[in-house]
Every structure is written in structure tokens, then in C-alpha cells.
Design a protein around this ligand. Structure first.
Ligand SMILES: *Cc1c(COP(=O)(O)O)cnc(C)c1O
Length: 431
């Protein structure tokens, strides 16, 4: 399949460029890192995406995480239709909000109470404010390469490995917004301990992705999460796990369940909305009751807890709970990643692959990726060629080396075999 089979997408993207900045409503969708123009999607069905030229792709993006059950899952669609008949929004409580909150508190270890918002970004912004309000402290710790949405105070990268006092990584963020953000290297225990020794009593919260998805998949080294839990408890620092990507993904109860480390607060998004815009933050009642109207930390949302979005989330979580697709999904993913490893080894290209549950990244990097400094050395030109080759063979991958690939419960043996076969061809071609 060459780009000549994507003429409608090309034409319609030119049209979008005239009225939408860069033609996209989120920069992650632009093909800046891989070249060419994005596909314009017509529809999804199970594990497949169809573009407006009628081409079919095996989808490893899954709307960047939400579609663990695949597109248009019948249970999710019928719950949404049922809710639609009653109206789209009321600005007053519905039963659906309580139902989804009950499911989340039942399934996610740290959550006793939960507040719904509309995106992961909003959840991050609110969780940070809550932690600061609860502790009466200003400083926050984040890790280089972890993404928590486009929140001012969190849009900070570190220099290469050094403990950096936050410098904003986007114009439009006043220096003051990031002045209290300490950026540490992921998996660096010494730096972590030193930081807490020096300023532990000033740190409101520590926020991290318990398995990183946003510098490609990077796992916490043994002891990393344990040490964080200990240091936060000793210093009265709120431990926030950003489970927007890992929640209901790396296990039913997220990374906190998979690794057995319970944070004080966690953020959720993506799978929790089953493809509708939902974010959430929840945790210990004692902390959650600091937000208004019980407490004084203000946070609100006209469309928060939207009934259509809640219906989609409820159906998704209920289906996950009843079918427990995780063991099979993980087995399938492992078959795929084994195939990819073998293909990459045959090609002789520098590579390393990391995975957790149904998320994985094939890095074009000779070294194991454990932090942002190492991930920054990935060969992005090789990745771009790999991406284009896979796209031509009907495999839709995230259009950046620094993203996680997701498998879905709908994928079958043929999909896996087809993907391994395609990767083998492409990797030979670009080697
Ligand atoms: C996607 C993501 C976010 C941001 O969520 P949005 O809904 O895009 O605002 C935050 N944190 C993590 C870990 C994410 O993967």
C-alpha cells in the first residue's frame, strides 16, 4: 500500500490545515516525527481502523490507550445509546456518576473517593492543587520524561540527568509557574533520597507514571516505587501515581495493583472513559475531602461526570471486570513482542524492547531504556522509516518513537502474525 492509496486523506488533510492549526486538535496526531500527513479516519471496528480511502489497518494506538476492548464494543455502544435517549447533560447529579465512582473505588486499591473531570490534564492539575492545599506546601517532584498533560507547572523537562530546577519547556509558561517543580531522573534512587533529605519537609507531592508510557515504555526498577512510597510517608508528602495510561491497562487495578504499591492519590483517564472524554482523580478520603464543597480547595467542571461519558466508562469497566481479559491479552502481547525481538535481532539493527502487560515499545536504541537520558538517544530516523513501512503494510503504530503501543482484547492470532511478518519485512528493508 503506497501513499497513492491515501489520496483522500491527503486531500482532506490539506483542507483541515486551512482551519485547524497544523490540521490536528492534538499535536500527538501530527506526523511531524515520521513525515507525511496523518490518515483521516472514517471508522473503527474491533481491532481495526479504516481511513477515508477505505484502507484497513491493525490498530496499535487504540485512541492512545482507551480502547483496550477495541472499537465499538457492543456493550459500550448500547450503554451509550441508552444514556443518549435520556439527554446529553444536566449539570446535576445522575446515578451514572455514583455507579462509575463505585466501580473505581472497588477496582483501584488507593481510591476511597473519586472526583470525575474531563481529561488527564485536568486530573493532574487538580491533583497537584489538592496536594498543595492538603499539605500547605508548594514544591512538587516530577520525573524527566513523564508526561502528565499540558499543565503549566508540569510541562518541564530536565537537562540530561541533572537535578534541574524547573525550566518551562513551552513558551507561554511564566517562570514562576515551574519555580517550585523539581525534576528528577526516573529510576535514580540516590537523587531521590538526596532531594528528600534536603527539602523533604517542603515537598507537597511527588507525581510519576508508575510505568512510563510517554518516553516509550519504561519500567520502574525494583525498589524504585517502594522507596518513593517510604520517603513520601516519612516526609508527609502526597504520593500521586499518574495512572491515566496504566489504569485498567497493566492490570484491572492499574500499576498500583500490579506492583503492590499503594499511592495516596491516583489519576485516571483513557480506559476509564472507554473512548469518551473522562479523567478522574481519587484516593484517601481524608485527602479527597479537602476539595470543595467539603473542603476549601476549589475544583469544578460544567460537564464533569457527563452521563454519556459515564455510561461509556461503566460499560467498559464492567466488561473488563466480568471478562478479565488481562491474562490472555498479556500472553498475546508477549507472542507479538517475542516475534518483534526476533525480527529485530535478524535485521541487526540496534534495538531494545520494553513491555508491561498490553503496552510495549520497540526502541531503536542499543541500550536498555530506564530513563529519559537514555531514551533521548533513540534513533528517530530509523523509527520514522519503520513506521512508514508498517503503515504501508496496514499496521497503524503510534507516530512517535516516544509512545507506547497498545494491544487490544480483540486482536487475534492472524493480526499478531501479520504484524510480526510485516515488521520482519520492514526491518530487513531499512537495515
Ligand atoms: C494521556 C496522558 C495524560 C493526559 O491526558 P489527556 O486526557 O490527554 O489530558 C496524562 N498522564 C498520562 C500518563 C497520560 O498518558
Amino acid at each position: 500500500m503506497s501513499s497513492s492509496r491515501r489520496t483522500q486523506s491527503e486531500r482532506q488533510f490539506e483542507r483541515a490545515l486551512k482551519v485547524i492549526p497544523g490540521g490536528v486538535n492534538s499535536p500527538a496526531r501530527a506526523f511531524g516525527a515520521v513525515g507525511g500527513h496523518p490518515l483521516i479516519i472514517d471508522r473503527g471496528e474491533g481491532q481495526y481502523l479504516y481511513d477515508i480511502d477505505g484502507n484497513r489497518y491493525i490498530d496499535f494506538v487504540g485512541s492512545w490507550g482507551p480502547h483496550i476492548l477495541g472499537h465499538r464494543h457492543p456493550r459500550v455502544i448500547s450503554r451509550i445509546e441508552e444514556a443518549l435517549k435520556k439527554g446529553t447533560s444536566f449539570g446535576a447529579p445522575t446515578l451514572l456518576e455514583t455507579e462509575l465512582a463505585e466501580l473505581v473505588t472497588e477496582l483501584v486499591p488507593c481510591v476511597e473517593k473519586v472526583r470525575m473531570v474531563n481529561s488527564g490534564t485536568e486530573a493532574a492539575m487538580s491533583a497537584i492543587r489538592l496536594a498543595r492545599g492538603f499539605t500547605g506546601r508548594d514544591k512538587i517532584i516530577k520525573f524527566a520524561g513523564c508526561y502528565h498533560g499540558h499543565v503549566d507547572s508540569l510541562l518541564v523537562q530536565a537537562g540530561s540527568g541533572a537535578l534541574t530546577l524547573g525550566t518551562p519547556s513551552s513558551p507561554g509558561i511564566p517562570q514562576g509557574c515551574t519555580a517550585d517543580t523539581l525534576v528528577l531522573e526516573y529510576n535514580d534512587l540516590d537523587q531521590l533520597q538526596e532531594t528528600f533529605e534536603q527539602q523533604g519537609d517542603q515537598i507537597a507531592c511527588l507525581i510519576l507514571e508508575p510505568v512510563v508510557g510517554n518516553m516509550g515504555v519504561v519500567l520502574p526498577e525494583p525498589g524504585f516505587l517502594e522507596t518513593i512510597r517510604e520517603l513520601c510517608s516519612q516526609n508527609g508528602t502526597v504520593f500521586i501515581m499518574d495512572e491515566v495510561m496504566t489504569g485498567f491497562r497493566v492490570s484491572m487495578g492499574g500499576a498500583q495493583q500490579r506492583f503492590g504499591i499503594t499511592p495516596d492519590i491516583c489519576m485516571l483517564g483513557k480506559v476509564i472513559g472507554g473512548g469518551m472524554p473522562v479523567g478522574a482523580y481519587g484516593g484517601k478520603s481524608e485527602i479527597m475531602d479537602t476539595i470543595s464543597p467539603v473542603g476549601t480547595v476549589y475544583q469544578a467542571g460544567t460537564l464533569s461526570g457527563n452521563p454519556i461519558a459515564m455510561a461509556s466508562g461503566i460499560a467498559t469497566l464492567e466488561c473488563l471486570k466480568e471478562t478479565n481479559p488481562y491474562p490472555q491479552l498479556e500472553e498475546k502481547t508477549q507472542r507479538l513482542t517475542e516475534g518483534l525481538r526476533t525480527a529485530a535481532a535478524k535485521s541487526g539493527l540496534p534495538h531494545t524492547l520494553s513491555e508491561c502487560g498490553s503496552m510495549f515499545t520497540l526502541f531503536f536504541n542499543p541500550d536498555k531504556v530506564t530513563n529519559y537520558t537514555i531514551s533521548a538517544r533513540n534513533d528517530t530516523d530509523l523509527f520514522a522509516r519503520y513506521f512508514q513501512g508498517m503503515l504501508d503494510r496496514g499496521i497503524y503504530l503510534p507516530c512517535s518513537q516516544f509512545e507506547a503501543n497498545f494491544t487490544s482484547a480483540m486482536m487475534n492470532d492472524d493480526d499478531i502474525n501479520q504484524t510480526i511478518q510485516a515488521a520482519g519485512e520492514v526491518l530487513q528493508e531499512i537495515a
